[in-house]
Design a protein around this ligand. Structure first.
Ligand SMILES: Cc1cc2nc3c(=O)[nH]c(=O)nc-3n(C[C@H](O)[C@H](O)[C@H](O)COP(=O)(O)OP(=O)(O)OC[C@H]3O[C@@H](n4cnc5c(N)ncnc54)[C@H](O)[C@@H]3O)c2cc1C
Length: 291
């Protein structure tokens, strides 16, 4: 039987109160939203918070998807399922819909939140890589006020973000929709985390890739951005040779470990192959085609 260690439980009535409770109880306190990552970790005693601060009731403040002036804003308590089913996401942020379709199973997608996925900083979680490709920012609020953190600066290690202890992640923002985007993932079975996954968002200037961002999931000790592969593709026609070369570069840029999902070489190989396929789908979508 898996039983968590003893803990106290507080229900926050607002984001401000959640931040105050975190500050009051100090390092031993942890937020809980959907509980789909934290409770399993507590049951395995990989986490033993002294106090849980429950923010799951803050729907009015934190559960929304807005398309404002061309920017996408998703509140931290929005569920995976709501992102998957959002028309604006489906039409303009295809990689998010691709990623959500492959996250876990309907039970987890019904309860797991976007904020919990991003704040958990598990390098095998899909949304950090998807939002890295989308050049996103997260909004966080603490007792000292609100600030934004670029996603490139958010992940510092496995299960570790650059957020301060008392800060609540309230929103993720994508400043503009990409010309085309796609997300590809290989997993052993339905509901599993990625052996490797790649998110690509790009814009085309005529026949050439004008700008591109590539997020990598499951192939490093944190979510990675494949910057050298991005450089190799920028200004290029996205033919098979350019994609093959970029795939080789990305396979060298990542840093997978051997585990039950595969060997280091297998995961590098997945990155090599998935990169070309994902770029081709994103380019196709930029031109209005599904490939
Ligand atoms: C069987 C299973 C399969 C899964 N498969 C996948 C998968 O394939 N891909 C994938 O990406 N994910 C997968 N997940 C993870 C799932 O997406 C996350 O568990 C879920 O999204 C986390 O959200 P939550 O609200 O449940 O977070 P919680 O478990 O409540 O919290 C997770 C962590 O984030 C912190 N936190 C929560 N909300 C905030 C906030 N607003 N601000 C700051 N910190 C916060 C908590 O303190 C905790 O440390 C899987 C989970 C399960 C159980």
């Amino acid at each position: 039987m898996q039983v968590p260690a003893r803990f106290e439980y507080e229900v926050a009535g607002s984001v401000g109160e959640a931040a105050e409770l975190l500050e009051r109880y100090g390092e031993g306190a942890r937020l809980i939203a959907g509980g789909h990552s934290l409770i399993p970790m507590m049951k395995l005693r990989l986490a033993a918070p002294e106090v849980l601060v429950d923010i799951s009731g803050l729907d009015r403040e934190l559960r929304y998807i807005e398309d404002e002036g061309g920017a996408l804003k998703i509140g931290a308590l929005t569920r995976h399922r709501e992102v998957l089913e959002s028309p604006v996401v489906g039409e303009r942020y295809a990689l998010l819909a691709d990623a959500e379709r492959m996250i876990a199973d309907p039970l987890v997608r019904n309860m797991g939140t976007i904020g919990g996925d991003l704040a958990n900083a598990d390098p095998a979680e899909d949304l950090p890589a998807a939002f890295v490709a989308l050049d996103s920012q997260v909004v966080v609020r603490g007792t000292n006020g609100e600030r934004t953190v670029h996603i490139d600066d958010l992940y510092v290690g496995p299960y570790e973000t650059s957020l301060d202890h008392g800060e609540v992640l309230t929103e993720v923002r994508v400043p503009r929709s990409p010309g085309g985007s796609a997300y590809s993932k290989v997993k052993r079975k339905t509901g599993d985390y990625a052996a490797a996954a790649i998110g690509v968002a790009l814009s085309m200037g005529g026949e050439e890739i004008e700008s591109i961002r590539i997020g990598l999931c499951g192939v490093g000790s944190r979510t990675l951005r494949a910057r050298s592969a991005e450089d190799a593709l920028t200004g290029e026609r996205p033919g098979s040779e350019a994609c093959r070369r970029a795939g080789e570069i990305a396979a060298e840029e990542c840093d997978p470990i051997e585990d039950a999902k595969g060997s280091v070489e297998y995961k590098r190989d997945l990155v090599r192959v998935l990169l070309g396929r994902t770029v081709a789908r994103a380019v196709g979508r930029a031109g209005g085609r599904e490939v």
